[in-house]
Design a protein around this ligand. Structure first.
Ligand code: CA
Ligand code: CA
Ligand code: CA
Length: 291
């Protein structure tokens, strides 16, 4: 009889042990808890900083995957340490930086050496480029040599390479400058501001602007054109609205074609002489009084 009780006791002990081991196995097979408060913050144009909270079981590492919205495959994972609560994605773990033009989706799991936790996901939205027009010159052509006092047509082509139409007409001004940079000491030389019609995105307009060359030191100078000179178009880039072309400033070659003649001179009066002067380059002529 004693033997029976002993065997019953041992059987119960074995059963309890088996149950205990079994329950332990069940707990060991449970994945770790999911990280919480998973968030993404763009930290530069080429990086995203991820952060999360975690407490509970001890881990081997976190695992973070990434994919671009609209393309299917997850890349990674990166493997932050168990003590990490943030991670900067600069592209090293994923074969390329998370550029700001695209939306990126991140997935994090805690890994305990056996199992990944259920994942948590977060989305880093792309930064949309403003939909503005952008006027730029693509060419300018002026005569190599220009004479003071003369009028010329300066040909130019302007393009709207922005993402939106200009929405209204705009104006081009022309300046004469001693250097190739528009500055306050430069002189407006357009006879009339050139009005250019509203332009759709990715369109160009080729036309010309009439300019008058004022008195100016002989030698090299620059004609500078400015587009949207009155500032009526909001553009994605306002700093590229100029173009220049070098010109050589000359004075008209002239010849004397008239004879000096004497006016009536009273005693003690003044002698005045009149010359006829003609430009050799065109039919213009002038009369000049001397005296
Ligand atoms: Ca522009
Ligand atoms: Ca200048
Ligand atoms: Ca503008």
């Amino acid at each position: 009889m004693r033997n029976y009780y002993l065997r019953f006791f041992l059987s119960m002990l074995a059963l309890g042990f088996c149950l205990l081991v079994g329950i332990n196995d069940i707990f060991a097979q449970a994945p770790p808890p999911t990280p919480s408060n998973f968030s993404a913050q763009r930290s530069s144009s080429t990086s995203v900083t991820l952060s999360w909270s975690y407490s509970g079981v001890s881990l081997v590492e976190f695992r973070i995957w990434r994919r671009q919205e609209g393309s299917g495959s997850w890349k990674g994972p990166s493997r932050p340490s168990p003590s990490a609560r943030s991670y900067v994605d600069n592209g090293n773990a994923y074969g390329g930086a998370p550029s700001q033009e695209f939306t990126w989706i991140y997935r994090i799991a805690a890994y305990d050496g056996h199992y990944n936790s259920d994942p948590a996901e977060v989305t880093s939205m792309g930064i949309v480029t403003p939909q503005d027009p952008d006027l730029v010159f693509t060419s300018v052509t002026a005569p190599d040599d220009v004479d003071t006092g003369e009028d010329y047509a300066v040909d130019f082509t302007v393009e709207n390479n922005g993402l939106a139409e200009t929405g209204s007409d705009f104006f081009v001004y022309a300046y004469l400058s001693s250097d190739n940079i528009l500055s306050s000491d430069d002189v407006r030389i357009d006879i009339d501001p050139k009005r250019v019609g509203a332009m759709p995105s990715n369109n160009t307009t080729s036309t010309n602007i009439d300019v008058h060359i004022p008195d100016w030191p002989m030698g090299p100078a620059y004609i500078i054109l400015k587009v949207d000179a009155t500032g009526v178009i909001d553009e994605s880039d306002e700093g590229n609205n100029y173009i220049f072309t070098p010109v050589n400033i000359d004075t008209p070659d002239i010849e004397l074609v008239g004879r000096a003649f004497t006016l009536e001179v009273a005693a003690g009066g003044t002698l005045k002489l009149k010359y006829d002067i003609r430009s050799l380059e065109n039919s213009k002529s002038w009369q000049v009084w001397l005296g």
